[in-house]
Ligand binder design. Structure first.
Ligand SMILES: O=C(CO)COP(=O)(O)O
Ligand SMILES: O=C[C@H](O)COP(=O)(O)O
Ligand SMILES: [Zn+2]
Ligand SMILES: [Zn+2]
Length: 309
């Protein structure tokens, strides 16, 4: 039981045609809910920390909470930086003991993205840390987006091969129609599977990553709205599409929004139904239970990673 890298995890997932869930963590209850689910399901696990999470919880707290979760459950866990914006934040996390970092250079031109990613890879690999990069820009397929606009934002397969060769990166986040948050599609959900197949054929055995991969399950949106929330028109990536992607080289599936919805729905419901309660442990406990149930659901029905430890 320790902090580990995702190297072997991804190899096994690639061969077994399943995916590893990468869940965003921001506080103790979220971490506990996730690791308890992974332990009961005997599933591998990536816990990821965004810049926003570091700012909210402050870096030392999250690192220590993750270490406590490892001690408590006996699980091996990957501690990953989500969307590192520049070299400095990646370096900080590597120096702090993270086992995996993402350098997100997707907003830069191709050559600059390569240069930045290569710099992080050089620093990380010397210290036994793995690196995820991103090529292409996340955006949903809107009905009114024409083909050339799509080509400009989605990951180009030839560029993906060149990018991986020149940077030596360990995994690559690609853009095929997913996006962050609870509003991913205006019309019918669609992903560019043709593009994914092409990329995965051209990069055999190489782990691809899907960001913005929450399903935004209607039951949880409805529960939020029923108990005082106001999040109309939320829509995510259908579960069958995620399962299909995991058979095509996608080894890491990022999930944050579905955890937020599950926790918020549970807390809203509890507070409305128990107006006399003002003990935070009561409603945060409900939030933690909801996170655990959601992660179990993902492991069993989307990732297919149960009993693979
Ligand atoms: O990609 C993510 C974190 O990097 C999370 O995506 P969602 O907003 O779909 O959960
Ligand atoms: O990629 C985005 C994740 O959902 C993290 O979100 P955040 O930056 O608000 O922590
Ligand atoms: Zn990005
Ligand atoms: Zn992301």
């Amino acid at each position: 039981m320790a902090l580990i890298t995702s190297k072997k995890m991804f190899q096994k997932a690639y061969e077994g045609k399943y995916a590893i869930g990468a869940f965003n963590v921001n506080n103790m209850e979220i971490i506990q809910g996730i690791v308890e689910a992974a332990k009961e399901e005997r599933s591998p696990l990536i816990l990821q920390v965004s810049a926003g999470a570091r700012k909210y919880a402050r870096p030392t707290y999250l690192k220590k909470l993750v270490e406590a979760a490892i001690d408590d459950t006996g699980l091996d866990v990957v501690l990953h930086l989500d969307h590192g914006e520049n070299f400095e934040i990646c370096k900080q996390c590597i120096d702090d003991g993270f086992t995996s970092v993402m350098i997100d250079g997707s907003k830069h031109p191709f050559e600059e993205n390569i240069e930045l990613t290569k710099k992080v890879v050089d620093y990380a690999h010397k210290r036994g840390v793995v690196v995820e990069a991103e090529l292409g820009k996340l955006a949903g397929i809107e009905d009114d987006v024409n083909v050339s606009a799509k080509d400009a934002t989605f990951t180009d397969p030839d560029q993906a091969v060149e990018f991986v060769e020149r940077t030596g990166v360990d995994s690559l986040a690609i853009a095929i129609g997913t996006s962050h948050g609870a509003y991913k599609f205006k019309g019918e959900p669609r992903l560019d599977f043709e593009r994914l197949e092409k990329i995965s054929h051209m990069l055999p055995e190489f782990p691809l990553v899907l960001h913005g991969a929450s399903t935004v399950i209607p039951e949880f949106v409805d529960a939020c709205n029923k108990f005082g929330g106001n999040i109309p028109g939320a829509k995510g990536v259908p579960e069958d599409m995620l399962r299909r992607a995991s058979k095509l080289g996608v080894c890491k599936i990022n999930i944050d929004t579905d955890l937020r919805l599950a926790m918020t729905a549970a807390i809203r419901k509890y507070l409305v139904e128990s107006p006399d309660v003002f003990d935070p442990r009561k409603y945060l406990g409900k939030g933690r239970d909801a996170i655990k149930d959601m992660v179990k659901h993902k492991i069993k029905n989307v990732l297919d990673s149960s009993n693979t430890l």
